[in-house]
Design a protein around this ligand. Structure first.
Ligand SMILES: C[S@@+](CC[C@H](N)C(=O)[O-])C[C@H]1O[C@@H](n2cnc3c(N)ncnc32)[C@H](O)[C@@H]1O
Length: 405
């Protein structure tokens, strides 16, 4: 598996921007320093929360941040090509049919960004003539509300805006609903704690400032017993000096986005791994990575507020969290398998037979597929599918080669 899963440069026409040019958010740096000066060292999760989510300053809370070449920090699968969204749409359509085709059928997408997944999914349903298209009410759930006008504009430009739910600004609906929840590359942005193994037991890496005002790590007693409990639950024992991340925020996020889901599917796609490959000699420093302008950096304390911070998602932690949220496992696969099973050929044919499609579309599709299917890159992203209130014998052909936990 690659250590640089997100390093997926767009088709290069201009030189990639210089990562050093992004600088840092000086106000945010000062605010975090103040918090540490006033209250003492903070957890890395708190640092990451502010670096990514501080309103107006955090990496995800600046309107201009996002995938794609314009922002030039990373390119996600839905941004790479609409065929990814179309494949997710096929998976959802299979579940919808197995549920007896309820209408309306709400699709809540968390981390909807600028609408790439929504556009691919909805256009895929429309262009393949899926009867689900008419039943869909799409709900973008986005931590940065200022991205929603761009989301709506994108769907409008593609003639898909009438598929938006009337209450599209709200994550949930008052009444429980039948539908699906989808999220691509959201779990890996949830703040993580950093812990380190020591002979005397687990220690936590907190964040403090040195005499020059620079952020540095300091070891301390774990701030919550939940950290040791999370590792214990997975039978993980860190060697002396081994660092790993623990995300304690999955329950809250998954509980929130599935709160209104009475019956339906949950599809989570992310760069993820089993605990066994997240720990041990191969990963002595953990999986935390920083991304600025397509460059992977190891230092989370640089470019504060201007670089993405992510950690590989722990599959066992997500499964456990899903169980606590009352979700049943439906199946798991990889992004490459999903695309293959979803009938990439059929989707490709549909896509290339749209009115106006030409040679450029064929070339773009081909180059995107190389990236999306790459087993050492995006193709290895994991697709986790859960359900609530679904028929127990549910079988989704798109997930035929499933591995059940
Ligand atoms: C890596 S981008 C992925 C965007 C889109 N899902 C895609 O695949 O192109 C993460 C997106 O999720 C949003 N986001 C991050 N954490 C979130 C959360 N806890 N709830 C809702 N949205 C979130 C960010 O603002 C950003 O738009």
């Amino acid at each position: 598996m690659t250590d640089q899963p997100y390093l997926v440069p767009a088709i290069v026409r201009d030189p990639l921007p210089d990562p050093e040019s992004v600088g840092e958010d000086a106000d945010l740096v000062a605010a975090i320093r103040n918090e540490i000066t006033e209250r003492g060292p903070i957890t890395f999760a708190r640092f990451m929360e502010r670096a990514l989510y501080e309103p107006g300053h955090g990496y995800y809370r600046r309107p201009e941040t996002g995938p794609g070449r314009a922002c030039a920090d990373f390119l996600t699968a839905p941004e790479a090509h609409p065929i990814f969204g179309a494949a997710i749409g096929l998976l959802v359509a299979e579940a919808w049919a197995a549920m007896g085709s309820p209408a309306p059928f709400r699709i809540l997408e968390s981390g909807a960004g600028t609408g790439a997944l929504a556009a691919g999914l909805l256009a895929g349903l429309r262009d393949t003539g899926s009867p689900l298209f008419d039943a869909v009410r799409y709900v973008p759930d986005e931590v940065e509300a200022s991205r929603l006008p761009a989301f709506r504009a994108r769907l409008t430009a593609e003639g898909l805006a009438d598929r938006l739910a009337e209450d599209a600004g709200a994550a949930g609906a008052d009444a429980p609903w039948a539908g699906a929840v989808a999220a691509n590359e959201v779990l890996d942005a949830l703040p993580v704690h950093r812990v380190i193994g020591r002979p005397g037991g687990l220690r936590e890496l907190l964040v403090t400032v040195n005499e020059d005002g620079a952020f540095i790590h300091v070891e301390a007693e774990p701030t919550t017993p939940a950290l040791a409990a999370a590792l214990e639950a997975e039978d993980v024992h860190l060697a002396d000096g081994e660092i790993t991340e623990v995300c304690l925020g999955i329950d809250a996020w998954l509980g929130r986005v599935t709160a209104g889901l009475a019956r339906g599917l949950v599809v989570l796609v992310d760069y993820a791994a089993e605990p066994a490959s997240l720990h041990g000699a191969a990963r002595p420093a953990g999986t935390l990575r920083a991304f600025a302008r397509h460059a992977v950096g190891g230092d989370p304390f640089r470019h504060v507020g201007r670089q993405d911070l992510t950690a590989t998602v722990d599959l066992a932690a997500v499964r456990a969290s899903a169980a606590r949220c009352g979700l049943d496992p439906v199946g798991e696969t990889t992004q490459a398998e999903l695309l293959a099973r979803a009938g990439t050929t059929a989707l490709t044919t549909t896509y290339l037979h749209r009115p106006g499609a030409g040679l450029e579309d064929a070339i773009a599709l081909r180059s995107a597929l190389v990236r999306l299917l790459d087993p050492r890159g995006m193709g290895a992203f994991r697709v986790l599918v859960f359900g609530r209130g679904l028929p127990p014998d549910l079988r989704l052909p798109v997930l035929d080669r499933v591995t059940r936990p």
